[in-house]
Design a binder for this molecule. Sequence first.
Ligand code: NAP
Length: 230
Amino acid sequence: MALMVIAGASRGIGLELARQAAARGDEVLACARRPDAAPALAALCERSGGRVRAAALDVTDPDSCDRAARELGARQADLLVCNAGVFIGRGGLDDPALDARAWRETLITNVAGPFFVVRAFRARMRRPGGKIAVIGSRMGSSAAASGDAYAYRASKAAAANLALNLSRELAPEGLAVGVWHPGWVATEMGGPRAALTPERSARDLLARFDALTLARTGLFEDHEGRLIPF
Ligand SMILES: NC(=O)c1ccc[n+]([C@@H]2O[C@H](COP(=O)([O-])OP(=O)(O)OC[C@H]3O[C@@H](n4cnc5c(N)ncnc54)[C@H](OP(=O)(O)O)[C@@H]3O)[C@@H](O)[C@H]2O)c1
């Protein structure tokens, strides 16, 4: 049995990761911006017989990340998943949604967010053997072909760089770090036409997290284990 922390567990992929982890016997601290406004998470906590516990955590607020980390007390987490993300403005250069506010919200959530979460939980990760998973996107890879969704693509490219940077600082502490593309997933973000169910994506991701070792720290791959260029 492992202890997992998920940032961004109110719905979508994060909620499904929590559900499947608990179903296989793991314990989960499921962090959400507003647990009181996350009925699906509340229902999961209720059903889980104590395996899933909700905590308030806004990834854009370092104090909130620190408070959530203190919920672990003296316990050490085996896996920390930085899943929270926003996707604002899907068009090209002329997309009016890509205003200064959209850029600020995207970069603070998708880039600074994982940084604040990892900084808050660092002291409470199992050493050696603890793992950190950043949920990135193929849209942030240098191999992506389209020219659009500027803020989101830039943020996910930066999140991949952040994960690589973390992998280098944390390897001497025995902590492994990876960044994953979860696939195109039918969530609020991915939309109903997406290729994968959250169930399938989360199942694949949990298997990839299990397979991460210190020898492979710093990897960027998709939910099926295919390497992605930074
Ligand atoms: N779906 C896809 O096709 C796809 C593809 C590639 C990558 N991804 C990545 O996968 C991750 C999960 O996406 P999803 O599809 O599950 O999206 P989603 O259904 O829109 O869920 C996003 C999650 O992030 C949380 N969140 C947003 N801002 C937050 C903040 N400041 N603090 C804490 N939590 C915050 C949301 O919480 P609230 O309920 O409070 O808003 C929600 O739990 C994201 O990083 C996304 O970029 C998704």
